[in-house]
Ligand binder design. Sequence first.
Ligand SMILES: Cc1cc2nc3c(=O)[nH]c(=O)nc-3n(C[C@H](O)[C@H](O)[C@H](O)COP(=O)(O)OP(=O)(O)OC[C@H]3O[C@@H](n4cnc5c(N)ncnc54)[C@H](O)[C@@H]3O)c2cc1C
Length: 527
Amino acid sequence: MTSADADLTGTTYDVVVVGGGHNGLVSAAYLARAGLSVLVLERLATTGGAAVSAAAFPGRDTRLSRYSYLVSLMPEALMADLGLDVTLVSRSTASYTPVVRDGRPGGLLVERPEGPATAASFRDLTGSDDEYAAWREFYADVTDLAHVVAPTLLEPLPTERALRDQVDPGIWRDVVTRPLGEAVERRFRDDTVRGVVATDALIGTFASLDDPSLIQNRCFLYHLVGNGTGEWRVPVGGMGAVTDALARAATEAGATIRTGAGVSAIRAHDDGAEVDWHDGERRRTVGARTVLANVAPWVLRILLGQPEDPATKPVGSQLKINVLLDRLPRLRSGVDPAVAFAGTLHLAEDYSQLARAHAEAAAGQVPTVLPGEVYCHSLTDPSILGDVPDGTHTLTYFGLHTPATLFDADPDAKATAVARAIASLDEHLVDPIESCVARDAAGNPCIEAKIPQDVERDLAMPGGHIFHGDLDWPWAANRARLDTPAQQWGVQTDVESVLLCGSGARRGGAVSGIAGHNAAQAVLAAR
Ligand SMILES: Cc1cc2nc3c(=O)[nH]c(=O)nc-3n(C[C@H](O)[C@H](O)[C@H](O)COP(=O)(O)OP(=O)(O)OC[C@H]3O[C@@H](n4cnc5c(N)ncnc54)[C@H](O)[C@@H]3O)c2cc1C
């Protein structure tokens, strides 16, 4: 993959990609296939950025998807274009939400596909069929919207009006123009059902459901549009398998990938740019006709020589915990753990709990009851486990409403947040999760936790924001300037020879490769 000893100084490439995250690799693959000379410079020892697998626990083979873990937004057309040998598998459970009502443990099961057990579960929890009817109607409407938006993601940006005219005005209002909380409260009555709907608006996005900025609506839309279905699937072999396939596609097409190559400056001029990077021993410089920035826009501005601006720095808000278990825990509700943990298991995500947690975090406190969700990858894809005793499983926790600012203010906040995440799970278990956690070679529990500061330190995602910054609508404003190919594809910067190809591009958020594809198309269209 890496021509580690070649001295590239003095060379000029058609395209230099700054950052070897999955999006940078997608750009490299498309452009090298089109016959352009492409160099990818990645500061870490491995490619993939937040889409990687790692053996996180000493003496344990299991390769966990360390940061991102499920795939929805990667278009099948992109995977086919690049000939990716990647299998995405459906989970048999969409979600399970354990609840305790009147002191009695129960839960809400949503199967995939939804069948009679889902309808029965809604009935048991809510006392009638009304909530399930509302649920089906809402998601049917959202699917209609997704069918309009999804096919445009690999095309030049449509305008907002062009899409709006194809969609029922009611769902357009509910998802696009009014704070999502209004639709959730109007369409659903049950606190748990409302919360299950609302969580998709809060993944990696610190907002209330009523936020007038509508960042929660944009986050919701991204979570529901993937391939027109919004289904989140399990990458067989973990996220590393996705990145490895992309790196192969790029190198087989002729791109050069240089790891251990941190870029320190991009000096743009009329005909292109010079890119300074360091290989650990010395500084080198390479020329580029076009630079594609896989780094976040906030990082790019620094590389272009602008001062670091703390006021515009993104603020990540998630807590990710990876766990290796000796056995799956039993639930107090009596549901089969292999069913409950196969999908997204919602914890403390009732609508009222989400609102309370947001208010506490906004006031500078770690939420007393921390909302989050867990899922077991190895139930759907045991291939990541490696050589482990029978019964071993992985568990991934993704916590909401833990903005980076909480951890800046209080050195104990990380331990507090982890303890509260575990407490929210333990509330629903027969035995505490601690009794199921595997041990590493040194006898330590196999648990690793990543707050936004850890993600920033590991991956240079500013503020640990999982999307490089808050998400944009996946279309252009009606009056947007769409004169250049870069503007038409939503990948422009203030500098003509530098385009965005990462999560911070319009339509870039999540593991999708869409930003990488679109930046490559903008480069090709400009030639
Ligand atoms: C904890 C967590 C959980 C997530 N869960 C999901 C999920 O389940 N599903 C999903 O779709 N999305 C998820 N996301 C979001 C998703 O992972 C990201 O949006 C996506 O991976 C971004 O990809 P990218 O290629 O644009 O950027 P990145 O993955 O950020 O890659 C950028 C690359 O640039 C490199 N770089 C940075 N600075 C420099 C420099 N100066 N010089 C050279 N290289 C540099 C970095 O090392 C990195 O490799 C999650 C993210 C996190 C952090």
